[in-house]
Design a protein. Structure first.
Length: 661
């Protein structure tokens, strides 16, 4: 009996070489998450898992149909439940229990819905709805972010057995079946290109969406139809050992090159069919791997430890992400080598225990095997379901941000701030800028400042300068029509809302490059930029004066944690950013832009609200203040930080107005 078959029950012979290839892919993915940044393209290895799932699941269905003349869909679902749910339930209970005992409210608030989305296998769509950025790890990334792949696969499993049976029964030609499946895969690739990567929402959809990722599953499905048995059990002639070896090596080497060369969210993968091309190559590679003969490939990928990793893939994938986040919390300063060794060892130990103590017994005999009795197994199923749901709702039993505000539990941003005293006369305030003030204004705790009537005139994606923002050579952001409209309609909006004070919170983009009309670039360290900034501030003030606004106030830019490795890509090209250190330096510490602001404010007698100083930036960036994580990504404040920021900003606005009066 082969090594793989000794470790896990099967419905037919396993391919040890294919297990070894899976072990290699999961090892690379773990290494990337544990800090090996050179493996920037490790995410393309997910294609192997998707293609493998499509191939194996459909192959099982075809074998069953060829043998019995039918497919039991209920048995298929039962097998999938036995394989996936027990280990997933343990993960949920362990992470949830830790969160109840140890995690802060900001971590716990979204976790209930994360757990419910996980058990409902819709976590990928939850991440899409949040515009989650897979390659950005600011704030509190979800402990269940990684299970989005299970959601995609489970949604596929709902359709796969029905589609496979219909194709076998209704389409006699093997070639036509393959063509139909591939046509749907091509449609998915075309649709993915239409979604594109232009916005954070589009990026989340392209990365996590079932409609975009199904092309990889369909590639595996097509290959199963191509090499699997037909309705009477006949298979196509086996390929030669030389052809199998060539396909196996080509797919493996191309994927390996991708681990190092493919950038996060590379447009070629999502907008130009790269994902489908790689999926088809992977499918061909799988067909070669399962038939590969004696030689170097088989010797390497049937090496015992690598095969064992492949068999433990599910547990390794489930546990490595929570282990990584725990290391980030409790051992944030570990060197990469130490994080890799500790994280990998801990993950391997947990996955092995899960596999041998939970997964294998349940696969062999269901929960009855684990509980040593049918009735006990049923009771265990009910108890586990209840425990998971109780864990979810217990984790979520924390006050919302709004409840904290209502109860007065918002800490002061700056120590010694006097309690806010509302005036009898209301003050009508408008805030203008880009997405940073837009979200800050959305979180304005109006009940805490009843005399401040806030109008949100900020527009997402609108920089201060009327120039194309040059994030990287492959990603330029021209001035959007809504940005031009907001400037042209500024005076009318201020007049309509009878604004007393216009607060300018602008210039987030001043840390990067801008493209001028002649195609030349102007950078954040360029002296020519200062006059352009002053010109735009003058225009905004002129609009305020034309609308009868009595006071304009200007907010300084805060410091940020802008390391190249943590920037979302796109829009940031990390290799390019490493060569242009002036961009990351000015985004992280906007001293030059703040000097321009201070000079303009002094010249125009405009109150300058020093957010940079209020955040303690003079002493360096702080990730948290009063135990609250300040930023949710590279640029924007977190939901929890918003009300704390207003404990400083609202009094500052009122004080500046009172000085004018």
């Amino acid at each position: 009996m082969r090594f793989a078959e000794q470790l896990t029950p099967t419905q037919g012979a396993r391919s040890a070489a294919l297990d070894g290839a899976r072990g290699y892919a999961v090892l690379v993915l773990m290494a990337y998450h544990f800090g090996v940044e050179s493996l920037q393209g490790a995410w393309v290895g997910l294609n192997l898992f998707f293609v493998f799932s499509g191939y194996v699941i459909v192959m099982i269905l075809l074998k069953e149909h060829a043998r019995f003349g039918r497919v039991s869909i209920l048995d298929f679902y039962r097998r999938r439940a036995r394989r996936l749910l027990p280990a997933l339930a343990v993960l949920i209970v362990v992470v949830g229990t830790w969160a109840v005992v140890e995690a802060d409210n900001a971590t716990r608030r979204p976790m209930k819905d994360d757990i419910l989305a996980t058990v409902g296998f819709v976590m990928n769509w939850r991440l899409v709805s949040q515009g989650d950025q897979y390659f950005a790890e600011f704030g509190n990334p979800s402990f269940f972010r990684h299970v989005w792949t299970l959601s995609v696969e489970e949604q596929f499993y709902i359709v796969a057995p029905i589609a496979a049976v219909l194709l076998v029964r209704l389409v006699a030609s093997r070639a036509l079946r393959v063509s139909i499946v591939l046509a749907v895969a091509v449609a998915s690739a075309v649709w993915t290109a239409q979604i594109g990567l232009a916005t954070s929402e589009a990026q989340a959809h392209a990365y996590y969406g079932t409609d975009t990722r199904i092309q990889a599953l369909l590639a595996g499905m097509a290959m199963a139809f191509a090499v699997g048995p037909d309705r009477v059990g006949r298979r196509p002639r086996a390929m030669s050992a030389r052809t199998a070896g060539l396909l196996a090596w080509t797919a493996t080497l191309v994927t390996t090159a991708g681990f190092f060369l493919v950038r996060p969210m590379a447009p070629v993968m999502f907008e130009r069919g790269g994902m489908l091309a790689l999926s088809l190559l992977t499918a061909l590679g799988i067909a070669g791997i399962v038939q590969v003969g004696r030689g170097p490939y088989r010797r390497i990928f049937t090496w015992g430890p690598l095969v064992y990793l492949g068999i433990l893939t599910y547990g390794l994938y489930l546990w490595h992400w929570p282990v990584k986040l725990w290391l980030d919390r409790y051992a944030a300063d570990l060197p990469v080598v130490a994080e890799l060794l500790i994280g990998s060892t801990a993950t391997l130990a947990i996955a092995a225990l899960s596999f041998h103590l939970i997964e294998v017994p349940v696969m062999r005999g269901g929960l009855a095997e684990l509980a040593r009795g049918v009735n006990a197994g049923r009771a265990l199923a009910v108890g586990a379901t209840v425990l998971v749901l109780v864990t979810a709702f217990r984790v979520g039993a924390v006050p919302t941000v709004q409840e904290d505000i209502a109860a007065g539990r918002v800490p002061e941003l700056t120590p010694g701030t006097a309690p806010y005293e509302a005036r009898e006369t209301p003050l009508r305030v408008a805030i203008y800028g880009d997405s940073v003030p837009y979200y800050l204004a959305q979180g304005f705790p109006a009940q805490s400042y009843p005399d401040l009537h806030l109008t949100n005139l900020a527009v997402e994606g609108c920089g201060l300068l009327p120039l194309t923002t040059f994030w990287s050579p492959g990603y330029r952001e021209p001035v959007k029509p809504q940005c031009r409209d907001s400037r042209e309609q500024m005076a009318d909006e201020l007049r309509k809302n009878e604004i007393d004070v216009l607060v300018l919170m602008v210039g987030t983009d001043l840390g990067t490059l801008h493209e001028q009309a002649d195609g030349s670039l102007i950078g954040p360290d360029d002296r020519r930029l200062g006059p352009l900034v002053r010109e735009q501030l003058d225009d905004l003030r002129a609009a305020a004066d034309a609308a009868g606004v009595r006071q304009v106030q200007l907010v300084t830019l805060p410091c940020r944690d802008v390391s190249v490795e943590r920037l979302p890509s796109p829009p940031f090209d990390r290799d390019w950013m490493r060569e242009h250190t002036e961009v990351t330096r000015n985004l992280a510490e906007p001293d030059r832009a703040n000097r321009w602001f201070a000079s303009w404010a002094d010249r125009t007698d405009t109150p300058l609200l020093d957010l940079h100083g209020a955040l303690g930036c003079d002493d360096g960036f702080r990730k948290q203040i009063n135990g609250i994580t300040l930023f949710r990504d590279a640029l924007h404040f977190s939901e929890e930080a918003n009300p704390m920021l207003w404990t400083w900003l609202a009094p500052a606005i009122r004080d500046a107005w009172d000085q004018l009066a």
